[in-house]
Ligand binder design. Structure first.
Ligand SMILES: C[S@@+](CC[C@H](N)C(=O)[O-])C[C@H]1O[C@@H](n2cnc3c(N)ncnc32)[C@H](O)[C@@H]1O
Length: 263
């Protein structure tokens, strides 16, 4: 971390006010990717607070944890959490891991997505990620890593995706669906995903929105929150199917989706 970086400790409260955690973040003239908390992290944190059973008593792994907000919230909700990120972000994560009440404390480990994970498939009950599906790395490294951590197990991954370019979100969604047929579903927000498909050129609100989707190596059990979401998703996506947009030629040049995604 650059020496002149002004780090600030902030307090985060859930909408209900029941959960309060502290985290460190900083703004500066350097790449801010993992040094600030992104909107997707706020949304995923609030989602977990309203669905505490998803994490309570569970072994949780966070990928690309950045400042560690989601990990701190999950720990406060009773999860045993390991937060991971690249080497340069790990010191930031360690700071957050030591802040707040003892209940928000969590383990920290370095994990680059292209490296082999030190845990076997199924070691974690739940994998979390906020705003980590924004680039071509998603297909090169992230999704294969998730597969290694989940294959043959009941582990699920909950990923909150921040919409930057609606068209890219729509294309990413179709590509993920192709790779994870039957085991990828939207938890929320289907309406936002629909808008990314049909109104993307004129919808200036969309870049502030997020969607949360689930990946699993096996289908979720009925009667669980994830199982109910799966059934609802199947129904809604049959009633209101999403047609993959044709990518604009300029998107191909940005290197964000990459040729592999569009193949
Ligand atoms: C947009 S930030 C999101 C940070 C945090 N999850 C949030 O929502 O506030 C993306 C995060 O993914 C991490 N990341 C990107 N590529 C990675 C890779 N190859 N291996 C591990 N982490 C990576 C970055 O270091 C960064 O912390």
């Amino acid at each position: 971390m650059p020496a002149d970086t002004a780090a600030t400790v902030r307090t985060w409260r859930s909408f209900s006010g029941e959960v309060e955690v502290q985290f460190e973040e900083s703004f500066g003239g350097f790449s801010i990717t993992g040094f600030v908390v992104w909107e997707a992290a706020h949304q995923l944190s609030n989602f977990l607070c309203s669905h505490k059973l998803l994490v309570e008593g569970q072994r949780v792994l966070e990928l690309g944890a950045g400042c560690g907000l989601v990990s701190a919230v999950s720990a406060s909700l009773g999860a045993e959490v390991t937060a991971t990120d690249r080497a340069d972000i790990v010191p930031r994560l360690r700071c957050t891991a030591q802040l707040g009440k003892p209940a928000q404390r969590f383990e920290v480990a370095q994990l680059d997505w292209h490296a082999d994970p030190p845990w076997p498939a199924g070691h974690f009950d739940l994998i979390l990620g906020s705003d980590i599906t924004y680039g071509s790395h998603c297909h090169d490294d992230l999704l294969p890593l998730l597969w290694r951590l989940m294959v043959g197990s009941k582990t699920s991954a909950l990923l909150t995706h921040g919409v930057r370019s609606p068209e890219q979100t729509a294309l990413l969604w179709h590509q993920i669906l192709k790779d994870w047929p039957g085991t990828c579903w939207l938890l929320h927000d289907y309406e936002v995903l629909e808008r990314c498909h049909v109104q993307h050129k004129h919808d200036s609100d969309l870049p502030d929105k997020c969607i949360t989707f689930v990946l699993g190596a096996t289908r979720p059990a009925g009667g669980t929150l994830l199982g109910a979401a799966y059934e609802t998703f199947l129904m809604v996506s049959q009633e209101r199917p999403l047609v993959c947009p044709q990518p604009e030629p300029e998107l191909l040049g940005e290197g964000i989706l990459g040729p592999a995604l569009l193949a």
